[in-house]
Ligand binder design. Structure first.
Ligand SMILES: [Zn+2]
Length: 209
């Protein structure tokens, strides 16, 4: 497992203590680490709820350790699709020599209620509506909002929102990989991140081949 500087310091202390002593920890250390993790999660859930208008009562981890928040218990296949997207992303990132944020546990994924399930051409496309902001007046603008397959929500820790899918779970894998590209670039290649973060100026995904 890779540790990065964005983790709460107490977590290092706890891990170091575990590795060095192999003994059980005094209760207060564990409580402090748990409390810090909990407050990070609470802040993220609050933000995701503000953006989507959804509640996220369910918290689960994927088999590989990514954090997932959802409105209802996600199917195993959905969690696997998220892991697959991160695996693809990490493999591509390694090929580019990137080293930061290549651990599943550093990612927080919110699965929101889709605001539409079909695109303008009628194809299955569960998307979330978000304020148009810099996309106002662009081809994406639907009248003050745009539809997005995914949206980066936070960079520290890495968090993004995707929509619930009934089928076509391969699309989840793609969306995870694509939203993850912004996060990987933010932490590994800031100038490429700056050039590619805003799709209203052109350019889409994949950014990294
Ligand atoms: Zn993007």
């Amino acid at each position: 497992m890779m540790l990065t500087c964005s983790r709460p310091k107490i977590l290092y202390a706890v891990l170091a203590a575990l590795i060095v002593s192999g003994l059980s920890l005094p209760g207060r250390f564990v409580q402090t680490a748990n409390a810090q993790q909990r407050s990070v999660r609470e802040r993220l859930v609050e933000r995701a709820s503000q953006i989507t208008g959804d509640d996220f009562p369910v918290y689960v981890k994927t088999e590989r350790g990514a954090h997932v928040f959802a409105r209802s218990e996600p199917r195993r296949e959905v969690l696997d699709a998220i892991d697959d997207g991160l695996t693809e992303l990490f493999n591509i990132a390694r090929r580019h020599g990137y080293r930061a944020r290549l651990d599943y546990s550093e990612y927080f994924v919110f699965i929101a209620r889709p605001d539409r399930t079909k695109d303008s051409a009628g194809a299955y496309s569960p998307d979330i509506a978000i304020p148009a902001a810099q996309y106002a007046g662009s081809v994406y603008d639907q009248g003050g909002y745009i539809y997005a397959a995914g949206m980066v929500m936070a960079y520290n820790p890495c968090a993004f929102i995707i929509a619930e899918h009934e089928h076509d779970l391969a699309r989840i894998t793609s969306v995870v990989r694509y939203e993850g590209e912004h996060l990987i670039l933010y932490h590994n290649d800031r100038s490429l991140y700056e050039r590619t973060a805003d799709h209203s100026r052109g350019g889409g995904h994949p950014i990294l081949q």
